[in-house]
Design a protein. Structure first.
Length: 395
């Protein structure tokens, strides 16, 4: 999603970067693609703690010379060792350091394969200390035909009429979805710092996976189809499908909605909150078509991927083993007449509020689900569980 010039969230691992203005969350920037959370800002003053101003450095040197005196050896028995591999230690770490731990917990259990036109992401089932492992299909995606992309060009051209009205939204949404989701739920870095951290890691996962799909499927952007599209913003260099904005917005919306449900605090767990979050994710996705940088089918693929990854993230965080995968077949993205010319993105085709838990549904020809087969033992992630518990307690 990110464009050049400092706007972010798509930069492979880079989009964690704009969490920087949160201060102590700023070191998430080293992971890259969460960067645009930086506008949250109110933790920014903590960032000075790592700046090591030269004047302070010099003062600390002379200060030690003045007060330390002769060095006194310290017996080993005087210092208690911390417990190893203990989640109790996580709270003593900065959010930036924790993000590296959570990223390994997530990324080390995800695999990829391109197989005969199908791009596939897998979840690795494993129990540490045993030799039994198995990759289970988490998401499969097939590129739409050239005819489908061609059919949708007129719709993109017509959407351009909304550009003047939505320009403010579109520019603001070059950053991450959190600024818009937090206008629905009371997410604030001072009030709910662990929720911000949790959503940041869900954004990292979405970006991590979507970029691999984009590379494998190599779908051209609208600007490469017609000189009359003339996008109102710079077109990113990576592929069009799946839409990264849709993937990230729906992933984060699903995680936040499920967090509020699990917390069970009125009124946050009520259905209207989830409805608003999904509407917001859809608005962000559609605005990318308005801007001229995505086809509607890109948003459909991104929504399915994002909702899938969101629930996957929730299950891993809640210590529940993932148990199913989803497929998006872009070649089937057509209406009853066999055309995609008038087939727009409608998030309600893909979301079931009546399910327990609410989430993806397979009500179209191009979306299907598949249960994991012959599952192997699947060790939970204790660090992710720690973060989920902390975030849940904030509500």
């Amino acid at each position: 999603m990110a464009n050049s010039g400092g706007f972010g969230p798509e930069g492979s691992l880079g989009s964690l970067g704009s969490l920087g203005s949160l201060g102590s969350l700023g070191s998430l920037g080293s992971l890259g693609s969460l960067g645009s959370l930086g506008s949250l800002g109110s933790l920014g003053s903590l960032g000075s703690a790592s700046a090591n101003p030269p004047l302070l450095v010099q003062a600390l040197i002379t200060n030690r010379d003045g007060i330390a005196g002769s060095f006194e050896p310290v017996p080993a028995a005087n210092v208690d060792a911390d417990n190893q591999e203990s989640t109790a230690y996580l709270e003593r770490l900065s959010p930036g350091v924790r993000s590296s731990i959570f990223a390994l917990e997530l990324g080390s259990r995800v695999g990829f394969k391109f197989d005969g036109g199908d791009a596939k992401v897998y979840h690795l089932q494993t129990e540490y200390g045993t030799s039994e492992t198995k990759y289970q299909l988490l998401m499969a995606m097939k590129r739409p035909t050239q005819e489908i992309f061609a059919d949708q060009l007129t719709m993109i051209a017509n959407y351009a009429d909304l550009r003047a009205d939505r320009a403010g939204e579109i520019i603001s949404q070059l950053a991450t979805p959190l600024e818009f989701l937090r206008s629905i739920a009371f997410v604030d870095p001072d009030r709910t710092p662990f929720t911000v951290e949790l959503l940041g890691m869900s954004l990292w996962l979405a970006n991590y996976v979507e970029m691999r799909f984009k590379y494998a499927l190599a779908c051209k952007r609208p600007i490469e189809w017609s000189p009359q599209i003339q996008p109102m913003i710079w077109t990113p260099t990576h592929g069009s499908l799946p839409s990264g904005h849709a993937t990230e917005a729906f992933c984060m919306a699903q995680v936040l909605w499920r967090l509020l449900q699990e917390a069970g605090t009125d009124p946050y767990s009520g259905g209207l909150w989830g409805e608003m979050m999904m509407r917001q994710a859809a608005r962000i996705a559609i605005n990318r078509t308005v801007a001229g940088v995505h086809f509607p089918v890109d948003s459909a693929a991104g929504a399915v991927l994002g909702l899938n990854l969101g629930e996957y993230f929730v299950r891993r965080s809640m210590q529940n083993a993932p148990d199913k995968g989803w497929k998006f077949d872009g070649t089937l993205f057509k209406d009853a007449s066999g055309s995609a010319e008038s087939l727009d993105f409608d998030w309600r085709q893909y979301y079931d509020f009546s399910a327990s838990p609410p989430g993806l549904k397979a009500d179209t020809a191009w979306v299907s689900e598949e249960d994991f087969q012959n599952s192997a033992p699947d060790a939970p992630s204790l660090p992710l569980g720690w973060l989920w518990t902390k975030a849940k307690a904030e509500w």
